[in-house]
Design a protein around this ligand. Structure first.
Ligand code: BGC
Length: 805
C-alpha cells in the first residue's frame, strides 16, 4: 500500500465500526467517524460527531444504584446523504446502500497527506444497471467549523432521475458502546430544524444538563448548477432534510456538494451558534476551494513534525500522527480541552481525560508547544477543583481526578460492568492518585523542551507546588521504619486495587506512586529555590504555603518507602505474598487473557489474589527516567538502583503482565529498547498494531487509543534517540533497534523550527536551519559538538557498552 494512504477493499459489516473509528476525520475542534453517509445507523454503522470538551451529565439507575456520568456528547449527525435512481420501469425504487446486497464495488481510501476520506462505490440493481459513486469527505483543518462531502454519480450506460436526500440528523443518542447501554444516552433536547435562504437547512439543539447550544447548517447543491436542494421540513422533525432531483444521463456524471458548519455555545467570537453556522456555511466556497485550503493546512502540519520512518512501521506511525493531530491540532490551543483517552473517535471512556497525556505531551512539546501549553491550561483551570478534592480528603494541595471531563471533578465510575459475567462490580480506579504526578511531569517536560520559563514560574509553579503539597501531606511517617508511606492507593496496573480479603480499598507504598511523589517534591523544591525571593513569597502567599512546608517536602522526598523483595522492586508492599498465577493454564483455557481481571471475576475469583498485572507499573519508571536520573532518585531515597536490579525487575514483571492496556506494549517496548533487549521489537509492534489490528478485542471501534498512538511516535523520537532538551542543548543517547534502524524527524527546539534529526547506519545527523542563531550544542555520551546555522553534522554513535538500564 502507498505510504500515505490507508486502504480498505470490499464491504465487511462486521469490521465496519472499526473502519469508522480508523477513518475518522477531525480538526482538533470536532471529529466525525468514517461512517457511510448513505447507510442507516444500525449494528454495522455508528455515525458519531464529537466536539472537543462538549460534555453532558445524566443520571441513570444501574444495579439498583443511581449513577451519574458525564459523557462526550454525540452531536447531530451531519453525514446523511442517501440516493436512489428512478427509471421508467422502477418509479419508486429503494434507497441504495451497502447493506442491500447491491454493492459490486466498495473501496475506501484514507488519504493522510491531504486529510481526505475517498470512497469508490458501485451498485448494481436487479436489471444489471450500474451506478458508480465517488465520494470525498473532509473535516476542514483550516476552518475548524466546516466539513464537506462531495459525491459524484455516474449511470453506466443507462439513464434515469437521481434523487438525493441530504440531512442533519438530531435523533442521535450516545449508544456506541455496548457496555454503557443501560445508561441514559439521550443528551440532546430542544431540537429545532428550519431552512434559510440559498438552499441552507439548519438544526439547533441543547444538551440536557450542561445546557450547551449546538447548531449545524448544511448547504447541498448540484455542482455546476445554480439550483439548490429543496428543503423538506416538518415542524416536529429532529431531522433537517433536503431533497434534490436531477436527471442522470447515460455516462454523464452529476456531482453534489454538501457543506456543513458546526458551532456550539462554547465557541468564541460568535453571537449565537445558529446564526454563526448559517453565516459560515453561506460564506464557504465550493468543495474545490475548501479542498485547496484544507490541503494547505495539512501540509503545514506535516511539515512541523517531518517524521520519516520507512516501511510499514512508518505508515502506521503516520496514521498515529494523523489521528493525534485530528484530536489535538493547533486549533486546540484556543480551546478548553484535555487529552481524551480515546480521541474524538468514539464513546469509550466517555471522552474522559486520564493520565494518558503523559504519553502525548512529550511528543507535542517538540512540534506543537502551543498545544501542550493549552492542554496544561486545561489542568490549571481545574486546579481549584483539585484543591477542593484534596481538602475534602483532608489533605493539602491538589488531588487531580483519575478521570476528568467538564469541570475537573472526579468522573471515574463507581461501578463497572464486567461483560463476561454480566455483573456490575465496584470500580476503585479513582484511587490512582498518581495522575497528579503525570500532570507535574508534563509541566516540567513542557517547560524544559520549550524553554517557557514564564509558564514554569506562574501556572506551572502553582500546579507543581500544589501537587507536591498533596504528596507531602499524603505521606505518613512510620515510626517503626523512620520512613514515609503512602497507603491506600492504586498504581498504574489497575488490576490490583486491594489486598486479598481486605475490607479497606487500595494498596500501600506502590513503588511507582512513591518514586514519582519523590520526584515531584524534588522538582517543587528546585523550582521554588530558583525563584527570586519576592516571587517565591508571592507564590507561597497566593496559594497558602506555610513556612515549614518546604522543609517537610525535603524530608519526605528523601525518606519515602520503596519496597523490594527477592532483589526486585515490589510493585507495592506485600506483593510477594500474592499467589503465582498459572499463566499457561489460563492461556490454554481462554486464549486471549489480556483482560484477566474480567476472566477471574467471572470465575468468582479475583485478580487481587495473584501476581498478575494489567500493564507496566514499576517499569513505568524506566519509561519516564533515564538510568542516571532514576539511579539518582533512588540514591536520594537511600536505595540502590543498579543495572542488575533493574534488569531483574524488568524480567520479573514482564513474566507477570497480561498487557490488558495498549499502553503496556508501548512501555515495555520502550523499556526493553533502552535495555538493548532483542524482544523490544515484539512489544513495539504490539503497540504499533494496537488500533490498526484492534488487538484489545474490539475496543478500537469505540475510539482509538490516543496514548498508545502518541506514545509510539515518542518511542521513535525520544525512546530510540534518548533525546533530551535541557540546559539549552540537545542531548542524545541512542539505542539500536535493528528493525528500525533508519528514521528522521524535525523538531521545534526552544522556539526554532525545523531542527532536523536523522539516524542512519549507526550515525546521527543534526541539521540546523539557517535562521537559527546561535549554534546548537549537541551532546552525546562521549562528546559535545556545536552545529552552526545552515549546517548539518553526521556524528558516529558511541559503540561502547550501553549506558545502563
Ligand atoms: C488503562 C489506563 C488508561 C485508560 C485510558 C485503561 O485501560 O489501564 O492506564 O489511562 O485505559 O486510556
Amino acid at each position: 500500500m502507498p505510504e500515505w494512504t490507508w486502504e480498505y477493499e470490499g464491504y465487511d459489516p462486521g469490521r465496519e465500526r472499526l473502519r469508522e473509528a480508523l477513518c475518522t476525520l477531525g480538526n482538533g475542534c470536532f471529529a466525525t467517524r468514517g461512517a457511510a453517509p448513505e447507510a442507516a445507523p444500525g449494528p454495522a454503522h455508528y455515525p458519531g460527531t464529537y466536539a472537543a470538551g462538549c460534555y453532558d451529565r445524566l443520571t441513570s439507575t444501574v444495579a439498583g444504584r443511581q449513577v451519574s456520568n458525564e459523557d462526550l456528547v454525540n452531536l447531530p449527525d451531519w453525514l446523511p446523504l442517501r440516493f436512489r435512481v428512478r427509471t421508467p420501469d422502477t418509479p419508486d425504487p429503494a434507497w441504495v446502500g451497502p447493506d442491500d446486497g447491491s454493492a459490486v464495488g466498495y473501496r475506501q481510501v484514507l488519504d493522510m497527506r491531504e486529510g481526505i476520506l475517498r470512497r469508490s462505490l458501485c451498485f448494481e440493481d436487479a436489471s444489471g444497471r450500474r451506478l458508480a459513486v465517488e465520494q470525498h469527505r473532509l473535516v476542514h483543518m483550516g476552518d475548524p467549523h466546516l466539513a464537506a462531502l462531495w459525491t459524484r454519480f455516474t449511470a453506466q450506460g443507462w439513464e434515469g432521475v437521481l434523487q438525493i436526500e441530504s440531512a442533519l440528523d438530531g435523533t442521535v443518542t450516545n449508544s456506541g458502546v455496548e457496555r454503557y447501554r443501560a445508561l441514559d444516552g439521550q443528551h440532546l433536547t430542544q431540537v429545532h430544524t428550519g431552512s434559510a435562504d440559498a438552499g441552507i437547512v439548519w438544526l439547533r439543539c441543547r444538551t440536557r444538563t450542561s445546557d450547551l447550544g449546538v447548531a449545524m447548517a448544511a448547504r447541498t447543491v448540484v455542482a455546476d448548477d445554480p439550483g439548490h436542494a429543496a428543503p423538506r421540513l416538518r415542524a416536529d422533525d429532529r431531522r433537517a432534510t433536503q431533497v434534490i432531483e436531477v436527471p442522470l444521463a447515460r455516462g454523464a456524471p452529476v456531482a453534489v456538494e454538501k457543506t456543513v458548519a458546526l458551532h456550539t455555545s462554547r465557541d468564541p467570537a460568535i453571537s449565537d451558534p445558529l446564526g454563526a453556522s448559517i453565516e459560515r456555511v453561506r460564506a464557504a466556497p465550493g468543495f474545490a476551494g475548501l479542498l485547496a485550503s484544507h490541503r494547505t493546512a495539512w501540509e503545514h502540519l506535516w511539515r512541523r513534525t517531518g517524521l520519516d520512518v520507512p516501511g510499514e512501521a512508518g505508515r502506521i506511525l503516520r496514521l498515529h500522527q494523523f489521528h493525534l493531530l485530528q484530536t489535538l491540532s493547533p486549533h486546540t490551543a484556543d480551546l478548553d480541552t484535555g487529552v481524551p483517552a480515546r480521541g474524538l473517535h468514539g464513546e469509550a471512556y466517555r471522552g474522559h481525560v486520564f493520565w494518558d497525556e503523559l504519553f502525548v505531551l512529550p511528543f507535542l512539546n517538540l512540534h506543537f508547544p502551543e498545544v501542550s501549553r493549552a492542554l496544561l491550561d486545561y489542568r490549571h483551570r481545574r486546579l481549584p477543583q483539585a484543591c477542593r478534592a484534596a481538602a475534602r480528603a483532608g489533605r493539602k494541595g491538589a488531588m487531580f481526578p483519575w478521570q476528568s471531563a467538564g469541570d475537573g471533578r472526579e468522573e471515574s465510575q463507581r461501578l463497572h460492568l464486567n461483560p463476561r459475567s454480566g455483573r456490575w462490580v465496584p470500580d476503585l480506579s479513582a484511587l490512582q492518585h498518581h495522575v497528579g504526578s503525570a500532570v507535574a511531569y508534563n509541566v516540567w517536560q513542557y517547560c524544559q523542551a520549550s524553554g517557557d520559563t514564564q509558564y514554569l514560574h506562574t501556572r506551572g509553579a502553582e500546579m507543581l507546588v500544589q501537587i507536591a503539597r498533596f504528596w507531602a501531606d499524603r505521606a505518613a511517617l512510620d515510626a517503626s521504619t523512620g520512613r514515609y508511606r503512602i497507603r491506600g492507593v492504586v498504581g498504574p496496573d489497575e488490576y490490583h486495587d486491594a489486598y486479598p480479603g481486605a475490607s479497606e480499598p487500595g494498596l500501600d507504598d506502590n513503588a511507582y506512586t512513591n518514586v514519582m511523589a519523590a520526584w515531584v517534591l524534588c522538582r517543587a523544591l528546585d523550582l521554588t529555590r530558583s525563584l527570586p525571593a519576592p516571587r517565591r513569597d508571592e507564590l507561597f502567599e497566593r496559594i497558602g504555603v506555610a513556612d515549614g512546608e518546604p522543609g517537610h517536602w525535603e524530608e519526605v522526598s528523601r525518606r519515602l518507602t520503596v519496597p523490594f523483595h527477592s532483589g526486585v522492586i515490589s510493585q507495592f508492599e506485600g506483593y510477594e505474598e500474592l499467589s503465582e498465577l498459572d499463566w499457561q493454564a489460563y492461556r490454554d483455557r481462554y486464549g486471549d487473557i489480556r483482560r484477566l481481571d474480567r476472566i477471574l471475576e467471572a470465575e468468582g475469583d479475583s485478580v487481587n489474589h495473584y501476581k498478575a498485572s494489567k500493564q507496566a507499573d514499576a517499569l513505568m519508571l524506566g519509561h519516564l527516567f533515564s538510568p542516571g536520573e532514576l539511579g539518582g532518585l533512588f540514591r536520594r531515597l537511600g536505595y540502590t538502583m543498579d543495572d542488575v536490579t533493574w534488569h531483574r525487575t524488568v524480567d520479573y514483571y514482564l513474566r507477570r503482565t497480561s498487557h490488558g492496556s495498549t499502553l503496556s506494549g508501548l512501555v515495555h517496548g520502550w523499556v526493553l529498547a533502552r535495555a538493548r533487549r532483542a524482544d523490544a521489537w515484539r512489544y513495539f509492534l504490539e503497540a504499533l498494531t494496537s488500533d490498526v489490528a484492534d488487538i484489545q478485542g474490539g475496543t478500537t471501534a469505540e475510539g482509538v487509543h490516543l496514548g498508545a498512538m502518541a506514545g509510539t511516535l515518542d518511542l521513535v523520537q525520544r525512546g530510540l534517540t534518548g533525546m533530551e532538551t535541557r540546559d539549552e542543548a540537545l542531548w542524545f543517547d541512542p539505542v539500536p533497534l535493528p528493525e528500525l534502524s533508519e528514521f528522521g524527524f524535525s523538531i521545534n527546539f526552544r522556539g526554532h523550527w525545523g531542527v532536523g534529526v536523522r539516524v542512519r547506519g549507526g550515525r546521527l545527523r543534526v541539521d540546523v536551519p539557517p535562521s537559527r542563531e546561535p549554534p546548537i550544542r549537541v551532546i552525546l555520551a562521549d562528546r559535545a559538538v556545536s552545529v552552526a546555522p545552515g549546517q548539518a553534522r553526521w556524528l558516529d554513535l558511541p559503540s561502547g557498552p550501553p549506558n545502563g538500564h
